[in-house]
Ligand binder design. Sequence first.
Ligand code: URP
Ligand code: ZN
Ligand code: ZN
Length: 467
Amino acid sequence: MRTLIRGGEIITATDRYEADVLVDGEIVATIGRDLQAEADRTLDAKGMYVLPGGIDVHTHFDLPFGGTRSSDDFETGTIAALHGGTTTIVDFAVQDMGAPLQRAYEAWREKAEGKTAVDYGLHMIVRDMPEVRLADMDEMIREGVTSFKLFMAYPGVFMVDDATIFRALRRTADNGGVICMHAENGGVIDELVKKALAEGNTAPVYHALTRPPEAEGEATGRAIALSEMAGVPIYIVHLSAAHALAKVKEARDRGVPAYAETCPQYLFLSEDNYREPGFAGAQYVMSPPLRPKWHQDELWKGLAGDDLQVISTDHCPFCMKEGFAGLPKQKELGMGDFSKIPNGAPGVETRLSLVYDGGVRGGRISVNRFVQLVSTAPAKLFGLFPRKGTVAVGSDADLVLFDPNREWTMSAKSLHMRVDYNPYEGRTGKGTVTTVLSRGEVVIENGKFLGRAGRGRFLKRATRSFA
Ligand code: URP
Ligand code: ZN
Ligand code: ZN
């Protein structure tokens, strides 16, 4: 099957030019002006950008967490991803305490196979890592799971101590893996949570007030220091606070290979959202929490200046109301106790439109930087480039036709994520996805899903190629 995309404006992380794209099978075959090529199908891209498919390196589909399970599985979540122009995701398998990593890898492959509509990779969440298990990390690298998430928060659930972090970091120095760090000081937060609850402060806003930005700044600084001692790069996930960004920036200015991602929620929402009436603030309970509005400006500056390299979503939805799509009680588990509200929010479908509108149209980043942040840099940092993350001859034909002028209004009703609310409900903007190709096949056309659950392939990712 050959598809000719005619007359669009190709945008990569570095280039911007009008050209046709000929897709042959799963691959971009030719790029050029006024291509004279035989094709089975022609797509008119006049007035559209042709972007590389979005790459979201932080999703949680079907994640057992917070006494429930995230409401999107690999089928609903990846179909929603495609609607939003994301053609590759990297999700997180979770090691059972004391169990081999291989078992978690197999369990997550099983969850995903036959369901995933996009190509996907896996990171591994490490919950314990004694000396005797370190070889498991090498085994994961051989399977193409080349990154490991560690938590400095959630004591008793995910949190690991500094010795464990250091052991894992040192191993990645040798095996080429990447440690992705959830950087919040879990011990301090636990004390603050206990105090708030003892004082009768149970409302959702206390989620934010008990997880201060200083706790994120401290942990980020410590994580970077540990990585320096281990002599290996580090990647900080879902960075939300200026305090944490300052630590990354300070390290980078010294030439230390520290990398970080932020997420749309930290760019567009703020601590004020937790003060919405009644229990509505629970919609925004995630960790790290939303911050006072002034942090947003700092994050945008970080994105523009390359102190932040990636925008992912940390998509981890939980419904507000019991019974939606037959799902059990989720956010309501924390009615009367904010610490029991499952942590996480939806976002896999809305990333490109939000970041384009707020970032490019808002004058904060160039359109090339936009592509870099949502596709090219994640591909490079997580071992997928140049197969993914650019529009180039020989790359997978994961392509998005993006209409920069089309207006949108966000609403849970018209979005496809399996969750009964949207954190951006009613927000308007311009710039949205019209058509999506995944390895050469049109899977979204004018808002209609034409793909197939199970079509997505597992991606064995390469080891670290940065710094
Ligand atoms: O609140 C969040 N972020 N939930 C998902 C788990 C994590 O820490 O990424
Ligand atoms: Zn996290
Ligand atoms: Zn996450």
